[in-house]
Design a protein around this ligand. Structure first.
Ligand code: NAD
Length: 294
């Protein structure tokens, strides 16, 4: 049993902390939101009144927060509150620079950036994919803690490498969803049935997760959000957040991402028109709108 402090008990953090409790760990959590605290208490998490109270005596600390500035704010506190050898890992999706700063702030601790994919379904089921940036020593120490929350744990390199991998993956996902949406929208214009086009693409060289698993039209994949009026799933606002982070990373590193930048602009327009809460595959409806298309 490990004593774990869990900071940020929202849609992802709450169920992740619950899976650590189920695995027999002693988990104390803190969140600014009373609703999140109540829900986590229902999952067996001991609720603390502050970050300091949650972290006192912990062998490991996990943060799962909305953005980079908040992670740095909490990690600044953790720099004062944790001693050498404590495992401190962040699973939020944040920019690579903030992740590297966070590692540097907690020099002497076993630090990891370990963002996830798999969404709230994966968080509940304990099947998240963790992409990890850490030293081999920190990776080995944290792996048993990640296990109850994870389907896969992938070492990506040193400090910031987990966030870098997450941003590259999600930029590709955003681009490929727009491509899938364009293909189905054009297919319909050309008189193709959605099912016929799906049968071709899903077994041919255009196959990808955006088509085979999260198909943007209702029908061919019964579990895709298109079949429930595009309730997420993975909300367009979160895709936009990740594309903006990818754009910032490209600017900082000098990488050329013409399609990633264009995907960010399309999701900015889509979310700006009030669709941020819909699944990101709903971008197909936007592409079908003549006012946008022409
Ligand atoms: P969320 O908004 O549901 O949860 C974040 C929680 O952090 C909130 O409950 C908030 O009250 C709390 N919080 C904010 N500042 C705090 C502070 N200073 N101290 C303590 N608690 C604080 O968000 P989420 O969906 O759980 O996502 C968390 C992170 O995971 C984000 O970075 C997101 O991009 C990433 N992510 C989300 C998904 C998803 O499908 N929701 C998937 C992969 C990654």
């Amino acid at each position: 049993m490990t004593t774990i402090a869990f900071i940020g008990l929202g849609n992802m953090g709450g169920p992740m902390a619950g899976n650590l409790v189920k695995a027999g760990h002693d988990v104390t959590g803190f969140d600014l939101s009373p609703e999140a605290r109540t829900a986590a208490a229902g999952r067996g998490v001991t609720i603390a009144a502050s970050v300091a109270e949650a972290v006192g005596g912990a062998d490991a600390v996990i943060t799962m927060l909305p953005n980079g500035p908040l992670v740095l704010q909490v990690w600044e506190e953790l720099a004062r509150l944790t001693g050498p050898g404590v495992i401190v890992l962040d699973s939020s999706t944040i920019d690579v620079d903030s992740a590297r700063k966070a590692h540097a702030m907690l020099d002497g601790r076993l630090t990891l950036d370990a963002p996830v994919s798999g969404g709230t379904v994966g968080a509940e089921a304990g099947t998240l994919s963790f992409m990890v940036g850490a030293t081999p020593e920190a990776f080995a120490a944290a792996a048993p803690i990640l296990q109850p929350m994870a389907g896969r744990i992938i070492p990506c390199g040193g400090a910031g490498a987990g966030q870098a991998a997450k941003l590259c993956n999600n930029m590709l996902l955003g681009i490929s969803m727009i491509g899938a949406a364009e293909a189905f929208a054009m297919g319909a214009r050309l008189g193709l049935e959605d099912q016929a086009l799906f049968d071709v693409i899903s077994t041919s060289s255009g196959q990808c997760w955006a088509v085979n698993t999260n198909c943007p039209v209702p029908g061919p994949v019964p579990t895709s959000p298109a079949n429930r009026d595009y309730r997420p799933g993975f909300a367009a606002a979160l895709m936009l957040k990740d594309l903006r982070l990818a754009r910032a990373a490209a600017e900082a590193s000098g990488a050329s991402i013409p399609l990633g930048a264009h995907a960010a602009r399309l999701y900015e327009a889509f979310a700006g028109a009030g669709h941020g809460g819909e699944d990101f595959s709903a971008i197909i409806r936007f592409l079908q709108d003549p006012a946008v298309r022409d």
